[in-house]
Design a protein around this ligand. Sequence first.
Ligand code: ADP
Ligand code: MG
Length: 301
Amino acid sequence: MMGTIVTFTVIDADKAQAAAAVRAAADAMQGLADALTIYGDHANTVKAFNDSIPGTPMRLGSDAETVLEASMRVSGQSHDAFDPALGALDVLWGFSLQPPPSTPPSPQTIDRDMANVHCLTRTAGGWVRHSAVCQLDFGGIAKGYVVDQGIRILQQHGIHNAIINAGGNLRVIGSHGKRAWHIGIKHPRRPGAILGAIDLNSGESISTSGDYEHFFMYDGKRYHHILNPATGWPSRGVQSATIVAPSGIMSDAWSTALFVLGPAGLPLVARLGMDGLIVDADGHLHMTPGMRGRFQPSSPR
Ligand code: ADP
Ligand code: MG
């Protein structure tokens, strides 16, 4: 689902009840994923918006509306590091297409497809895009929203202790017996290894954005799927950015934003009540004070 594997962990529940809950959550999550993506061949209001006549307002579906409003908030708070209007550039780079890319686009095509969040406005009649290259892409936030909705459905089915993990966007409820849910954070350069781990309280979500899941090497340089909205090129200086937040939508959007902001964004993240961790280009760790208090490194440093 959403270009990744989604795993459900449910404990302390009747087997049939758990199975029914997971089935219902997965089905609803697939529906939401289809409503929010710009890829694949399902029609949805996000794709319709990206095809709408510039200057003409259009109403989005209610989930897309919610996700766009959250995106705009994160954009503003992150000083435009998070940008939901990079759809044309995302398609140009092609990290979500098959086959995946192996060379960067030309600087000319990047200039042609550059847009930013300020090309979007909200009017009484709906959202307006102001140019043809102004296209939505919720790739940096949708998984977290979808995970939140999945958790809600598990709870409606009487599930109290569970994890939903959508490719590194993870949220927990309850606990693992007497202990808190203990979650590993991937090492950005050692496949299969973890950098460290963290205990999550009920309802908390953790997301990591990294340069190691979708990338190619070209001329000795790494090109990956998190773009710097100011340049249209992959954001440099960070290998991975992790956020712990009270909801999936926030941890997902802010892990992408923090990746672009780099270590300078950590005080902002802390001010907004979240914990953050960055592995910089040299492999050095940077954390908010809250993260320092709970991060358990896997090997002594
Ligand atoms: P993943 O999808 O691997 O979990 P992210 O949550 O960081 O990683 O999302 C990356 C996706 O977000 C990209 O594939 C693209 O769709 C979109 N994106 C890329 N750069 C930005 C950005 N600066 N702001 C918002 N979304 C972005
Ligand atoms: Mg994200």
